[in-house]
Design a protein around this ligand. Structure first.
Ligand SMILES: Cc1cc2nc3c(=O)[nH]c(=O)nc-3n(C[C@H](O)[C@H](O)[C@H](O)COP(=O)(O)OP(=O)(O)OC[C@H]3O[C@@H](n4cnc5c(N)ncnc54)[C@H](O)[C@@H]3O)c2cc1C
Length: 501
């Protein structure tokens, strides 16, 4: 008999789980509380402007990489999807001296050497580290003892590159971006690294990111989040999956520690197995029906560790619609502010801007959509503002400050703002039920890429996936953890796992 699987959450992870499980012959239903699928991977329209709110670059965009095979398998990418690789990736300007981060490491090395010949040793060292990181790939493997149509077989060279990169990561693992900046004597280069040190960012994160980019990965699929999700939804529907929107799951019904159904406001969905693809930090409420029974299992599992250790990665995302063509500006400029912007208990000295003047998905010609990410945990501040009735006033104040500061760098902005839209951690909590409104996990204090297990000992028929299950999270972990959860399901039910070709 076909086994029924209920998947809670229709973000990238829930959709991926649904696609893999359907392919393996399970009959699945995805329950999604919002009125669209995609979770954090989303964009929203305000007047003429579409604001990108869930993807800046994609790990696995590179053709031929194992991660790319996974994205193709779930239909998120295919031969018709154009992927853009902006160059330079980032541009910081210090009193007229630009410091650019290029995917082309040789080009970057030459440009930086011209800017600061005295920093030759450190510049060369920095570029060599990135070259060493170049071969690093996503750690994708198959679960032991699961039958798969085709095993993922890492190439022997992958192992060599992984060890080489790992040793480099180890060497620099305790150094923050701001400490690293002191190795350079040129003020512009120093400032550039300082601009990356928000929330005590470790320098190894930059090394790894640069390695991916230098390896030809980390592109931006045409249209960003919405079409990316739509392609996955189409794949899931074509496989016969049942995606139910506006259907929040309230609780999982357990009998003898085995999941037997999921209950929503209006209906009970019988299940042979349940995959929880919501933010794992918030799962207790899904077991509310018999939490007193289940609690001991949660407390004795990795969940306890996750609860203790997890720090949020979140941001206040300021989106601005400007009635001007800004295509003569860099795509990702970083601006240093004369006076820092104060938000909650943080001072923001830099503005990280993404501008989409080159992309007609986001605006009609002649207009530009801009997003600015103020990274950092400001959840408590926004929550308090909401409770005190000051939420919109605070947003309004922040919006005005940002426009004022940004206009100093991009004068076209000042009199041409048509829309301003601010998404806070409260917004991500409201729409995706993300813990503290966070859509990834901060790993600045320890390097831990180990994924949490997909199951909890003692509980049967319950599997876990989602960004929180593999710090730091993001789109690839959302997919990878879903793949792993379905492999667990296949192993438990002696089902063949249909893998990527
Ligand atoms: C501004 C921003 C920029 C980003 N940039 C990048 C980037 O460049 N590259 C990258 O890799 N990642 C990026 N990310 C992170 C990435 O988007 C997320 O990590 C990823 O989408 C998480 O997917 P997920 O499916 O694990 O979780 P989520 O997206 O949180 O999905 C969980 C889903 O479960 C639903 N849900 C919750 N509770 C229930 C319930 N009780 N019943 C039913 N449904 C429920 C939610 O509505 C949601 O749809 C960015 C995120 C943001 C916000």
């Amino acid at each position: 008999m076909t086994k029924k699987v209920i998947i809670i959450g229709g973000g990238i992870s829930g959709l991926s789980a649904g696609i893999y499980a359907q392919q393996c012959g399970f009959e699945t239903t995805i329950l999604e509380s919002h009125n669209i699928a995609g979770g954090n991977c989303t964009s929203w329209k305000r007047k003429d402007y579409l604001f990108e709110g869930g993807m800046h670059w994609l790990g696995g965009s590179k053709n031929g990489s194992v991660m790319n095979k996974l994205w193709r398998h779930v239909g998120a990418l295919d031969d018709n999807v154009q992927v853009f690789y902006s160059e330079p990736f980032l541009e910081f300007n210090h009193q007229g001296t630009p410091i650019r981060l290029y995917r082309d490491v040789d080009k970057m090395e030459n440009e930086w050497l011209k800017t600061s010949p005295v920093d030759e040793k450190e510049i060369k060292n920095f570029c060599n580290i990135i070259r060493k990181m170049k071969g690093l790939s996503m750690p994708i493997t198959d679960l032991r003892k699961v039958k798969v149509t085709q095993k993922v077989r890492p190439h022997i060279s992958d192992l060599f590159y992984a060890i080489r990169a790992f040793l480099t990561i180890l060497k620099y693992s305790k150094i923050s971006a701001s400490e690293y900046s002191n190795r350079f004597s040129h003020k512009a280069i120093q400032e550039f690294f300082l601009s990356l040190s928000g929330d005590n960012q470790m320098i190894t994160m930059l090394f790894m990111t640069m390695g991916f980019l230098a390896n030809g990965d980390g592109g931006f699929p045409n249209g960003g989040s919405l079409p990316f999700v739509e392609r996955m939804v189409n794949t899931y529907n074509a496989l016969g999956g049942n995606l139910l929107l506006n259907t929040p799951a309230e609780t999982i019904l357990m009998e003898n520690y085995k999941a037997i159904a999921v209950i929503t406001k209006n209906k009970k969905y019988d299940a042979d197995a349940v995959i929880i693809a919501t933010d794992t930090m918030n799962i207790e409420k899904l077991f509310s029906f018999n939490l007193h029974n289940i609690k001991q299992y949660l407390e004795n599992s990795w969940f306890y560790d996750m609860k203790k250790k997890t720090e949020p990665t979140s941001a206040t995302l300021v989106s601005i619609g400007i009635n001007a063509d800004l295509s003569n500006y860099p795509e990702r400029p970083i601006f240093k502010l004369e006076t820092p912007i104060k938000l909650a208990d943080k001072n923001y000295y830099y503005l990280y801007v993404n501008q989409y003047s080159h992309d007609r998905t986001y605006t009609p010609k002649g207009k530009t959509a801009i997003t600015i990410q103020l990274s950092g945990d400001t959840y408590d501040f926004w929550k308090m503002a909401k409770e005190n009735g000051l939420y919109y006033e605070e947003k309004d104040k922040l919006g005005k400050e940002i426009i004022n500061e940004l206009s100093k760098w991009i004068p076209e902005i000042e009199n041409n703002v048509e829309v301003i839209d601010i998404a806070t951690p409260i917004t991500y909590e409201k729409y995706c039920d993300n813990w503290k409104g966070s859509w990834m996990t901060n790993i600045s204090n320890e390097i831990n890429f180990k994924a949490y297990p997909s199951t909890i000992k003692g509980l049967k028929g319950v599997y876990f996936s989602g960004h929180r299950m593999m710090p730091p999270g993001g789109l690839p972990p959302a997919l990878m953890t879903a793949r792993k959860a379905v492999q667990h399901l296949c192993r438990d039910t002696k089902t063949l796992f249909v893998s990527e070709v």
